[in-house]
Write a protein that binds this ligand. Sequence first.
Ligand SMILES: [Zn+2]
Length: 241
Amino acid sequence: MMLHIIPALKDNYIWLLETSNQHVIIVDPSESQPVIDYLNQKQLIPITILLTHHHQDHIDGVMALKNYYPNLPVYGPNEINLPINHITDHSEIMIDNQIIKIIAVPGHTIGHLAYYCKPYLFCGDTLFSAGCGRIFEGTYQQMFNSLNKLKQLPNSTIVCPAHEYTLSNLEFSRHILPNDEDINAYYQQIKHQTITLPSTIGKEKRINLFLRCDEAFLQKQFNMQNALDLFKFFRTQKDNF
Ligand SMILES: [Zn+2]
């Protein structure tokens, strides 16, 4: 398998997973034209579209792609009001002999799904590099649980979020933890890069505050009783940063 990344809109990424024989799975096409141009240029054949959640900057390219590539199957959660195949948690889909596990990750939206095609994780607006999505529809508890589910995946998991927010997330992290060596080192490493993704679960466990809420010394430092309270604190601070 091979991963392709197409920048779109202001700071979106459309991921392509090439399974075999020039076949690709398209994830969250926010626009159609950059995808069509890329596929034509590389002579790739789309075989499926996967959608993580209902926000426009993840689905706006779907209908034009379906017009351009008739019979292209599209999968996504029930919350997406388009003529697609609706799927739910714990289901698996088989595409080109690859098993794709569906993981429900509510929080950013209620129906948000992540797709795990080992070792690749397509996590939409749930987990970002050095950050996480805003909680628009779910609860803090739901988002916290969702991130913990993703954190259980192997450290070698290749994390493919839908936005390039790494630098601003690290700026927030440095504001919260000015002396954290891993965060500072990673900030220095990526600060001039335009594309910082994909990441890995192993890396995120070191540089992502939202995956580190179970660290006792951090709970103590911010006077929090438990991991969920610390998560709420970090998330509300980030919302106002
Ligand atoms: Zn979103």
